[in-house]
Design a protein around this ligand. Structure first.
Ligand code: HEM
Ligand SMILES: [Ca+2]
Ligand SMILES: [Mn+2]
Length: 343
């Protein structure tokens, strides 16, 4: 069908719905002043993590027990910041909340809309990312999320899959959402080495996290003995126990492996998972599709590979029905992964 576009008052943009016009200057401000001119760096990563920690506060199981199950992607993590940032699993999100709050006030948006908009805009700066959907129209949160709904890296696969199932996600969708850890680092798992990435390409949305988590773990990048951390294959890279276990569990290993050399599937599955996550608990019929304000991400430049110094023999095969793809090995001596520069 032909869609009639309206001219925005700025005289520059057009939009399918006039309500989206107001977002173009917000996106511009975010790119210049939150994401340092359009980087896939620390603020991008933190903003993407915040979309999840806000949205996953949603439990039909609690509602069935006549308790408040949380409002999902409602901005409660900011509106009721004092309560939710004290939850153990939300360790560290106060940093990006404090950075985002002045932008929310300036642009007069609800916290729920802003969190998902910032996540999608920031993520568009990552090479190889899919362009995420953005729907506008989340009302203000009415109450904080209950505690214990955000997964922890020391949770079992049983627990993680059950928590996501409660929120409406299949095991396949959980694996797709872990692709987020391709543009991510940990500041608090080992507090002695903040900014330590989960894969060697933290500014690219690629399959390296699925490859590198499948490599045999041999070292701790900082100190050992941290809760939720297991050994990684590379200096300067950190591995979550939950990612390690999801890569090796019979329920999720084949799906995990399927993303290694199928970037189109990785993009579409992650975008679909994020579209679902971004509207958890919301009435989509009352929202306006403003996806057109999200910038088009740059293409991927690096091919899936085994990091230098390691080999295909270092892969711990876990999928029982298909062999792990044989990948080119990056030439050169073994290197270490550089940390994400702090903001
Ligand atoms: C089993 C589910 C998950 C667990 C246990 C988990 C756990 C974690 C942990 C422990 C960190 C490090 C935080 C820190 O120390 O700074 C982290 C970072 C991150 N997570 Fe997850 N996560 C999960 C799923 C997700 C999902 C579904 C998303 C989707 C948006 C996501 C996005 C991120 C991002 C972008 C970061 C990096 C933040 C930064 O670089 O500052 N995670 N995750
Ligand atoms: Ca990556
Ligand atoms: Mn960080």
């Amino acid at each position: 069908a032909l869609t009639r576009r309206v001219a925005c008052p700025d005289g520059v943009h057009t939009a399918t719905n006039a309500a989206c016009c107001a977002l173009f200057p917000v996106v511009e401000d975010l790119q210049q002043n939150l994401f340092d001119g359009g980087e896939c760096g620390e603020e991008t990563h933190e903003s993407l993590r915040l979309t999840f920690h806000d949205a996953i506060g949603f439990s039909p199981a609690l509602t069935a027990e006549r308790q408040f199950g949380g409002g999902g992607a409602d901005g409660s993590i900011i509106t009721f910041e004092a309560i939710e940032t004290a939850f153990h699993a939300n360790n560290g999100v106060d940093d990006i909340i404090n950075v985002q709050k002045p932008f929310i006030a300036k642009h007069n948006m609800t916290a729920g809309d802003f969190i998902q908009l910032a996540g999608a805009v920031g993520f568009s700066n990552c090479a190889g990312a899919p362009r995420l959907e953005f729907l506008l129209g989340r009302p203000e949160a009415i109450a904080p999320s209950p505690d214990l709904l955000v997964p922890e890296p020391f949770d079992t696969v049983d627990h993680i899959l059950a928590r996501f199932a409660d929120a409406g996600f299949t095991p396949e969708e959980v694996v797709a959402l872990i692709a987020s850890h391709s543009t991510a680092a940990a500041d608090h798992v080992d507090p002695t080495i903040p900014g330590t990435p989960f894969d060697s390409t933290f500014s690219s949305f690629d399959s390296q996290v699925f490859i590198e988590v499948q490599l045999r773990g041999t070292l701790f990048p900082g100190t050992g003995g941290n809760q939720g951390e297991v050994e990684s294959p590379l200096r300067g890279e950190i591995r979550l126990q939950s990612d390690h276990d999801l890569a090796r569990d019979s329920r999720t290993a084949c799906e995990w492996q399927s993303f290694v050399n199928d970037h189109a599937k990785l993009q579409s599955a992650f975008a679909a998972g994020m579209a679902k996550l971004a509207v958890l608990g919301q009435d989509v019929s009352q929202m306006v599709d403003c996806s057109e304000v999200i910038p088009v991400p740059p293409p991927l430049v690096v091919e899936p590979h085994i990091p230098a110094g390691l080999s295909n023999n270092d892969i711990e095969q876990a999928c029982a029905t298909a062999a792990f793809p044989v990948l080119p090995v990056e030439p050169g001596p073994v290197t270490s992964v550089a940390p994400v520069p702090p903001s």
